[in-house]
Write a new protein. Structure first.
Length: 152
């Protein structure tokens, strides 16, 4: 795979999508467990938005690797390893991304094992993990503008 430039449009689209999904989750009644579970649509909204935010986070990492470094990966957990190897993420951030990749895989392949209570706990208390990684991408991209294709 050849090194190219990272698409500013892809970066913007994925980061905007992550922000949108986080906003949708934060609009749910997460401050009160009973209220959250009183409307079953809240669980489905939380699951869909969290999964989609994780997909966007991982897709952006894959795009940075492919276009910025000419590195192809076949599994989501590899994205974290390679981003750390290329110093896009710190080792702690890569560990967190690897954990989130595993959780995304559970949500997709073992969806029947992810309980509504677990989704509530993650959405109520762990959303900052996703936001922390989106911020790490932003930090790295800001420090490396030469790697971006300016065309929208």
């Amino acid at each position: 795979m050849m090194t190219g430039t990272i698409s500013k449009r892809v970066v913007s689209d994925r980061l905007t999508w992550i922000d949108r999904m986080m906003g949708e989750i934060r609009s749910l009644p997460l401050e009160d467990r009973e209220t959250f579970f009183s409307d079953r649509r809240n669980v489905w909204t939380a699951e869909s938005c969290l999964r989609r935010a994780l997909e966007a986070l991982l897709d952006l990492g894959r795009h940075i690797l492919a276009k910025g470094f000419g590195v192809g990966v076949s599994e989501y957990k590899e994205i974290a390893t390679e981003l750390a190897r290329h110093e896009v993420l710190t080792s702690r951030e890569a560990d967190l991304l690897r954990t989130l990749a595993g959780y995304r895989n559970r949500m997709v392949h073992f969806y029947h094992e992810v309980s509504p209570e677990e989704l509530y706990e993650i959405c109520a208390f762990r959303l900052t993990d996703v936001e922390r990684l989106a911020s790490a991408y932003r930090r790295w991209l800001k420090a490396h503008p030469e790697r971006l294709d300016e065309q929208l």
